[in-house]
Design a protein around this ligand. Structure first.
Ligand code: IVH
Length: 690
């Protein structure tokens, strides 16, 4: 067992001094670090999520009440921080190399032969480990603390992504030192990735919000890590497998296998299940076969096996050629590709009305699976790859992801191939299809009356962040549609108890509960109702923005594209989508019917008075009495704007401890910088109670 108290009993009410708070925080941090290690590194938690949350909240409360005990490496800091203008660059302490890729066993034997000859040995021992399909990252720890993280970049210099990497829950901000002493400086490297299941769930959420989905987990991981706002990274399901210590002074190991043993002792996770130490190259090749066999069942994407000479003296002798070490090779898996004919193209209508073109293929086997469809993502891709009906195409299947068209064989055309364009009207309901200027997004504007969209829209309408009809989960929503009780959202409000009692799984009480909840959903906040409508490209943040700018639903429905684009953060595509939605007769009718049922909207952003009207605030650093979200919502509700960057329009920058470049920017522009007390004084001056 560890030398830490894994469930410290802290009585917050009994803490009355900084010293006592500091002491309790230390015990909580130790416990939380240990639980992070059990959960993320060993995959073997010893406490429930609820217990973990309890400890985490206690620490948060202490750090809020006693700001002087905060430490930069506290587990509570693994959340986002301020937005930056651009990612800086850093020079790697040693170049980050690439790997020579081979596709045949014969090439692996050649690699082994070279190693044996140059090292003058009969056999060479190797480690064989998965080649993860993510994004290479380098982390530097000094005195056990994470001080820098960077992408690979061009191998010499990479982008500085420290704030983003710090938000990844499995990355220790401080190394464990109870099993192995921590060196003064440790430069470790690994692969950041998303698990397939977490990627799929993440993409589903994006789709629900009408946002662009990522093509594969690698793109999603790379996009998430290169964010300027680490608050965004913090919400992405990222993980890291560590796979090496950079060859810099202080790497105190003789072999790569020793490194792989040491990393988890410091809390740095390695892929233990599929790494093998091999006595010769045949063992490495046997491991390759084993890994190929389980590849599709692994929770993460891999695209080959990396075979590395085990001893570091061998690395020195073999050296580097171009950018590739001569002591390692990537034995890639066979590409899951095949050629076939594109027999037809059609479009699918997704839950937010997103229109996706799909290719119908002459059935073909790709990596053991019969494939008959390929996703084409959007019109832009069709045009760019010049994909035509009748073309012979190269298809690739990667993991769980829907097969893709890599390219078409233009040489094989006979002139009978035909061009394809996404239709102007929805093939299911006939409503107008809007296509973005870059042709990367297309939506059906049929809204709630398009049957293809309706099922998912009803679930969305009832979901927790929308109108929150708790009893209307996925199953029950589908049951109501299948029973013919609901054909559009407004029908929800005409359901009678007898209708429900005629269905399976309803008794008097459950039927009444659902009816009560449906009735209660008519008393609604304007922003939630706008979100609930499921307007393409309007997620909950945009819905809030709209409620801040339009006093009522009528005002929003009357707005034209010019009025909408005047709002910061609303671009022409979103504006067009909103206008098209409200121009649709069916959508208007559904809204009228919900109104007739008794809809009462209140706008939480339209304060009766707007005492802060005309002021623009920027908040930076941490405040004692408010979280960032709370303070922004508060000033907005009183009529002010809260923006994330300092500009000529900014009236005040409110800076708490930890404020960074925004304070400097304000000073450079001679914009008043307020501490929390001065901010409260400004509020009181304007008659706002705090
Ligand atoms: S070792 C020579 N080990 O492959 C050192 N790399 O083509 C190269 N990669 O940028 C790093 N899994 O992102 C190593 N188990 C693994 C790896 C791995 C994936 C990636 C890494 C690197 C690229 C090189």
């Amino acid at each position: 067992m560890p030398d830490v108290d894994t469930t410290p009993e802290v009585d917050l009410d009994a803490i009355d001094s900084t010293e006592a708070a500091g002491d309790a925080a230390k015990r909580l941090r130790e416990a939380l670090r240990y639980h992070n290690y059990r959960y993320y590194v060993l995959d073997d938690p010893v406490v429930s999520d609820a217990e973990y949350d309890r400890l985490f909240r206690q620490l948060q409360t202490l750090e809020e009440d006693y700001p002087e005990i905060r430490t930069p490496d506290s587990p509570t800091h693994q959340v986002g921080s301020v937005v930056r203008d651009e990612l800086g660059t850093v020079t790697h302490p040693a170049p980050m190399l690439s790997l020579k890729a081979v596709y045949e066993a014969a090439d692996v034997y050649n690699f082994d032969e070279t190693c044996r000859e140059e090292l003058g040995r009969d056999t060479v021992t190797y480690t064989a480990e998965p080649k993860f399909d993510g994004l290479a990252v380098e982390l530097i720890y000094e005195d056990g603390r994470l001080v820098q993280a960077a992408t690979r970049g061009d191998g010499e210099t990479g982008e500085e992504i420290t704030a983003n990497v710090k938000t990844i829950k499995g990355v220790p901000l401080r190394l464990r030192d109870d099993e192995r002493p921590v060196p003064d400086r440790l430069v470790v490297r690994g692969e950041a990735y998303m698990r397939k299941d977490e990627f799929n769930a993440f993409n589903r959420r994006r789709e629900e919000d009408g946002k662009k989905v990522f093509a594969n987990p690698r793109n999603a991981a790379a996009g998430s890590l290169r964010q300027l706002d680490s608050n965004i990274t913090a919400r992405r399901p990222l993980r890291i497998f560590f796979y090496e210590i950079a060859p810099v002074d202080g790497r105190d190991f003789a072999t790569h296998a020793e490194v792989l043993n040491a990393l988890p002792e410091w809390g740095l996770r390695v892929c233990e299940d599929h790494i093998r130490r091999c006595d010769d190259i045949d063992e490495a090749l046997a491991h390759y076969d084993d890994v190929v066999a389980v590849r599709d069942d692994l929770p993460y994407e891999i695209d080959g096996l990396v075979i590395k000479v085990n001893d570091f003296s061998g690395h020195e002798t073999l050296g580097v050629r171009d950018r590739d070490p001569r002591w390692a090779v990537a034995y890639k898996f066979p590409p899951r590709r095949a050629t076939t004919t594109i027999e037809d193209l059609f479009v699918q209508v997704g839950r937010t009305g997103r229109i996706t073109p799909v290719a119908v293929l002459a059935p073909v086997e790709v990596g053991g699976v019969e494939v008959t469809r390929a996703s084409l993502h959007n019109q832009n891709e069709i045009d760019r790859k010049d994909i035509r009906i009748g073309d012979t195409a190269l298809i690739e299947r990667a993991g769980d992801v829907i097969p893709q068209v890599v390219k078409v064989m233009e040489d094989e055309r006979d002139g009978s191939e035909t061009l394809y364009h996404i239709p102007d009207t929805c093939p299911v309901c006939g409503a107008e299809v809007v296509l973005s200027d870059d042709k990367k997004q297309a939506f059906c504007t049929g809204g709630m009356t398009c049957p293809a969209q309706f099922r998912e829209r009803l679930k969305h309408y009832a979901s927790r962040t929308a109108t929150d009809i708790e009893g209307l989960g996925d199953k029950r929503a589908e049951q109501l549609i299948d029973a013919g009780l609901i054909e559009d959202i407004s029908d929800l409000y005409t359901i009678e108890k007898a209708d429900l009692l005629a269905l399976e799984r309803y008794a008097d009480k459950s039927a009444q509960n659902l009816l009560d909840e449906i009735a209660a959903s008519l008393e609604q906040d304007l922003d939630r109702f706008i979100y609930a409508l499921g307007i393409p490209l309007v997620g909950s943040a945009t819905a809030r923005l709209l409620a801040q700018h339009f006093a009522s639903l009528d005002a929003l429905m009357a707005a034209d594209e010019t009025a909408l684009t005047e709002i910061d953060d609303i671009g022409p595509e979103v504006a067009h989508s909103i206008v098209a939605f409200f121009e649709d007769d069916d959508n208007r009718r559904v809204i009228d019917d919900i109104r007739a049922a008794g809809l009462t909207l209140t706008n939480p952003y339209a304060a009766d008075e707007a005492p802060l009207e005309g002021l623009t605030f920027v908040f930076t650093g941490s405040l004692d009495d408010w979280t960032r979200g709370e303070v922004q919502r508060f000033v907005e509700q009183h009529g002010a704007n809260a923006t994330s960057s300092v500009s000529g329009n900014t009236d005040y920058v409110v800076a708490g401890p930890g404020a960074g470049s925004k304070r400097d920017e304000a000073e450079a522009r001679a914009i008043p910088v307020l501490d929390e007390d001065a901010f409260h004084a400004v509020l009181r001056e304007r008659g706002v109670e705090v």
